[in-house]
Design a protein around this ligand. Sequence first.
Ligand SMILES: C[S@@+](CC[C@H](N)C(=O)[O-])C[C@H]1O[C@@H](n2cnc3c(N)ncnc32)[C@H](O)[C@@H]1O
Length: 291
Amino acid sequence: MAVLNGSLSCFEQMDDVQFNHWTSFLEQRTGMHLPRERRSFLETSLGLRMKEIGIQDFAAYFQHLQSARDGEREWLTLVDRLTVHETRFFRHQPSLDFLEEIILPRLFEAEPDRKKLQIWSAGCSTGEEAYTLGMIVNQFLQHLSNDRHCYLAVTGMDISIPALVKARKAVYEQYKVRHVPERYLEQYFIGQDNGCYQIIDTLKKRVCFVPFNIVDMKKTLLEPMDIIFCQNMLIYFNRDRRKKIIHQLVQRLKPGGFLVLGAGESLNNPHPELEKINFPNSLAFSRKKIE
Ligand SMILES: C[S@@+](CC[C@H](N)C(=O)[O-])C[C@H]1O[C@@H](n2cnc3c(N)ncnc32)[C@H](O)[C@@H]1O
């Protein structure tokens, strides 16, 4: 067992050259920014995975990731190990209040007979955010008059395939639904004998999940969205990368559409086409309409 800056690690230690090599490789591929303080996290995560597949050192593992045969599959596993998937239903109530009180009324005021509403949950993890958006918007749509039918489509996207598999399954353990308000729990979930909760089919059909890498958005074919939620993902990227991502998100937003970020993701002048909308404890923008 090696002693590392006062901490214990049973895995190989990285020297500065190796650390820089790995962090720039990961930054380039995923946007993830790993500062020096996270060196032991990187050593441990790589070490655990290397142990599982019987690889002895970082250089050999790096080679393995580049290999044509298994490299791509291994990369997907590694990315899942290195990304943080913490999420929950109804995670940030002020952003959801903003959706209900400002975004939805404004979108329907601007286009009362709209036929479709498209929403994107970027970095959706295991699906809780996408389903939360689906429930709130569906509730709103139910209160429109009978002759107005609007089709709801929520697209959840994430770099982690295991997270997307869970999202598509749409079955959640009891502790995961503890933040779901009672009326939503009754309407959109079915309790199972094993104590888990399944999202009902009518909501499931409105929400789809697609793999994507936000750093490589040009490859993602998406129609322009009415609403994009991108919460608790940009914090893992450096400032330049965040700026580039915001630029790409704006390109995928309809004029008049809304971008909702995590409240703490401070951004100065994020984009000339974005207008900040003030709402308590939230960080949200509307894409300016072309005059
Ligand atoms: C902390 S979770 C946030 C989940 C949800 N948005 C929320 O606020 O509860 C961050 C998610 O971003 C995803 N992620 C990280 N880097 C990504 C990338 N380059 N492209 C797409 N998703 C990424 C992770 O896999 C993870 O599921």
